[in-house]
Design a protein around this ligand. Sequence first.
Ligand code: NAD
Ligand code: WQD
Length: 334
Amino acid sequence: MKILVTGGMGFIGSHTVCELLEGGHEVVIVDNLCNSSVSVLDDIQAITHARPVFYQEDIRDKAAMDRIFAENKIDAVIHFAGLKAVGESVRMPLEYYHNNITGTLVLCDAMRKGGCKRIVFSSSATVYGMNNTVPFREDMPTSCTNPYGWTKMMLEQILQDLAVSDPEWSVVLLRYFNPIGAHPSGIIGENPNGIPNNLFPYIARVAAGTLPCLSVFGNDYDTPDGTGVRDYIHVVDLAEGHLKALDWTVANRGVEIVNLGTSRGTSVLELVAAFEKASGVKIPYKITERRPGDIASCYADTEKAARVLGWKAKYNIEDMCRDGWNYTAKGMKK
Ligand code: NAD
Ligand code: WQD
């Protein structure tokens, strides 16, 4: 199939593009490079020996999106493009709503005009909010506390409404838990600009010596060691989940909401210990205040992913730390 991947130059998108190319699909990427670099194209080629077609365009650009669908017979879309930093979304709500919501509206309109009605969308476990108990199941009520989360909730609603309006649409809303790690080649991975907000890239920078010490945000949660528990998932497992979701859109119509996680919770201190073991580097840390908006525990019920998509994560925390460290260590040598 010919797949349009929006945000295909980013962290999860680039890993998914590699899986698609290795699975024999043709790939067209649209990305405005606001949070990625054009060099990712060479990286994808180094891994897969194939080069996707690339449009450096903003998905909010109607004319550009219409042109992409006119120039390519797209069978399905995997839609990653969006802004994703929770704290930044609180400071810049208009930019987040405009980028994520308007971008998706323009994309879906171009899809409709281009006769392509299959879409796999990057949602997030953030939509489970503060009031559910773990493990999180897809039928639990959703809520959120910041503009980023609202964009995901609103887009889930918009895509469901679209499928109701026209039964030819096939929509899979994938709720990712905490994607970490890197491609086993060490060629692509996550390398955020500035000081990382998320735990795994922060630990990696401390291990690399570019940041001095990790702050552990609270050790008085109701969890086994008091630190926050999350469902970390290897980015390659996540990428494979998208290929399964794509298969679903080919065989079915309507909407499915599916968690992509491992169903295993790991605490901050457990992740630190696993990273130390994988890297052989001691990670200095100090306990600090809780981060506002954080919940104690977040992990997935993955029964639906297995039943509906036939997908299950293969990699464990050790694999994630090994591959994440391999990527970071390779970058240090450059
Ligand atoms: P990323 O920032 O690495 O990738 C997003 C890509 O989209 C970037 O390459 C960026 O340049 C591009 N982009 C952003 N706005 C665009 C626009 N208007 N037009 C064209 N391109 C645009 O992020 P990621 O971690 O790969 O996340 C991908 C998706 O998954 C996002 O929608 C994110 O909200 C969602 N998600 C991520 C996580 C996570 O922890 N990484 C968790 C849950 C959901
Ligand atoms: C994990 C744990 C922190 C940094 C976020 C978004 C979510 C999704 C994934 C997009 C928590 C603790 C963190 C640090 C720490 N993204 N921590 N020191 O908050 O689960 O999820 O990314 O959809 O929407 O909210 O991930 O990696 O920031 O935090 O102690 O320097 O690590 O308190 O317990 P989170 P995270």
